[in-house]
Design a protein around this ligand. Structure first.
Ligand SMILES: Nc1ncnc2c1ncn2[C@@H]1O[C@H](COP(=O)(O)OP(=O)(O)O)[C@@H](O)[C@H]1O
Ligand SMILES: [Mg+2]
Length: 251
């Protein structure tokens, strides 16, 4: 059913000086699903993310979000429509506390332009909302700690909290598990599942057990093209998928 599809890309193509990084990719993401984009290094996953959020302009192809054509929209306009890419760790202010980082994100004007003043009441409600989000991602005990002092895995949770602060309808996560220790992976996976209960998540992820565990649907890219698509049970048995991973030493 077309109205069950929140994000739809058709014929997505990106060339860099004649090198085709993404070639004629069709992608349909179902509302309230967790959809993974996987593939060997250089497959075009990050380029796809950049195209979907318009950090890169596609050479050709169309992108529709909630039925609206967003192909030509700016990243800011796309974010306002509810499609938000998780902030990179560098976007966290290291010397602000966890709570203030989330408050800053809550004040990021997604829908309105600048507000020159804020009443005490608005600030109080921001505080309450910030603490709610901090609890939701398991950072309650760290609320007053400067972000720089957080353990690495907790920084990823903060990154998710600052993204959630924007209240996106759909989140794009680029390798949320990269560099995480085992305990952190379990916690962040649980967090992503929780977050996805009333949102849509599209993630690039290399950790196959996480992909298997979380994803409703998987799209496999190789050399810029879609190689396979389906739930983990199907995709993991696909001979070309196995070959693509074995062939580059990734898995
Ligand atoms: N700005 C760019 N200019 C030229 N080539 C690029 C650029 N960005 C990515 N590429 C190339 O496009 C291909 C896909 O890259 P990328 O999307 O980062 O892959 P993945 O995220 O799947 O590892 C790679 O061969 C990469 O070198
Ligand atoms: Mg990448």
């Amino acid at each position: 059913m077309a109205d069950d599809i929140i994000l739809e890309a058709t014929g997505l193509t990106k060339e860099f000086l004649g090198f085709v990084a993404v070639k004629d990719v069709d992608l349909r993401v179902r509302r309230h699903s967790i959809h993974a984009l996987i593939g060997p290094n250089g497959a075009g996953k990050t380029t796809c993310f950049n195209l979907l959020t318009h950090f890169l302009v596609p050479t050709s192809g169309r992108i529709r979000f909630n039925g609206n054509d967003i192909t030509g929209s700016s990243p800011a306009a796309i974010a306002r429509m509810g499609l938000v890419r998780s902030f990179q760790i560098s976007a966290v202010f290291p010397h602000l506390s966890v709570r203030d980082n989330v408050r800053v994100a809550l004040q990021r004007p997604l829908r309105n332009s600048f507000q020159f003043w804020r009443s005490e009441r608005v600030l109080d409600s921001l505080n309450a909302r910030a603490l709610e989000l901090i609890d939701a991602v398991g950072l309650g005990p760290y609320a007053e700690l400067p972000a720089v002092e957080l353990p690495y895995g907790r920084k990823r949770a903060l990154e998710i909290a600052t993204t959630l602060a924007l209240d996106p309808e759909m989140m794009l996560l680029d390798e949320p598990m990269a560099g995480l220790a085992h305990e952190d992976i379990d916690r962040i996976a649980a967090l992503i599942r929780k977050v996805a209960a009333d949102r849509t998540v599209l993630m690039v992820e290399h950790n196959m057990s996480v992909v298997a565990d979380l994803s409703d649907m998987i799209t496999v890219l190789a050399r810029g093209e879609k190689l396979a698509e389906g739930p983990y049970g199907e995709v993991s048995k696909h001979p070309q998928v196995i070959e693509a991973y074995v062939g580059t030493g990734h898995g």
